[in-house]
Design a protein around this ligand. Structure first.
Ligand code: ADP
Ligand code: ZN
Length: 215
């Protein structure tokens, strides 16, 4: 089964993508995580991407498309995959279509802008393994250390700074939201209303997947 998670930055796509990945035993592929890895490794592509990311803009389509192209041919994708943060523009979605990548289900996690702004201020990431936390909604069991890899000290992402969050939201409304229509027209879009409690959003997400499988 091939699934796309859509939603504003900070809507909780990554968390739900990881839950579904564990449940269905298929990889969760995040272009954001891959880009941050490239930034940390200071590759040529990473250095270029960083300029866009730090401003809250999207990295150019050709760059993310080449990352995704390489990733989707890996053997672990053959039984299905979850895309978290890709596609983010109509040309990226058209790329998938042109390449013959079949998407079964698109889950849009819907969270109002005010909530997004509040959430992003509490978001923390592990610079070592990329794990994502929230000081209130999803705290690390080890305080300001990462409980996934056990060695990273959690930090605020550069692009989670308040000024940048606003431009990311604007970018989302202008460039990513049109994808809802794109997939609704194909009849594969399902909306999950983001809940106060992560576990409640997870239950709604699993329900959507169960309904899909039974249909
Ligand atoms: P969030 O979903 O919280 O915005 P991500 O980790 O998915 O965070 O993305 C972080 C940044 O990486 C984005 O703001 C953007 O600059 C870049 N990025 C990630 N995925 C894409 C994509 N598919 N197309 C263009 N830029 C992307
Ligand atoms: Zn870690």
């Amino acid at each position: 089964m091939n699934i796309i998670f859509l939603g504003a930055p900070g809507a909780g796509k990554g968390t739900q993508a990881d839950n579904v990945s564990t449940e269905l035993n298929i990889p969760s592929i995040s272009t954001g995580v891959m880009l941050r890895e490239a930034v940390a490794d200071k590759t040529v592509m990473g250095l270029k991407a960083k300029e866009y990311m730090d401003k809250g803009a999207l990295v150019p389509d050709d760059v993310v498309i080449s990352i995704i192209k390489e990733r989707l041919v890996k053997p672990d994708c053959k039984n299905g995959f979850i895309l978290d943060g890709f596609p983010r523009t109509v040309p990226q979605a058209e790329y998938l279509e042109k390449s013959g990548v079949v998407i079964d289900l698109v889950i849009d996690i819907d969270v109002p802008d005010e909530k997004i702004i509040e959430r992003m201020s509490g978001r923390r990431v592990c610079p070592d393994c990329g794990a994502s936390y929230h000081v209130v909604y999803k705290p690390s069991k080890k305080g300001d250390m990462c409980d996934k890899c056990g060695k990273g000290k959690l930090i605020v992402r550069n692009d989670d700074k308040p000024e940048v969050v606003l431009s990311r939201l604007q970018t989302y409304h202008e460039q990513t939201k049109p994808l809802k229509d794109f997939y609704a027209k194909k009849g594969i879009l399902k909306t999950v209303i983001g809940q106060e409690e992560v576990a409640d959003t997870t239950n709604l997400t699993f329900e959507v997947i169960k309904n899909f499988k039974n249909s």
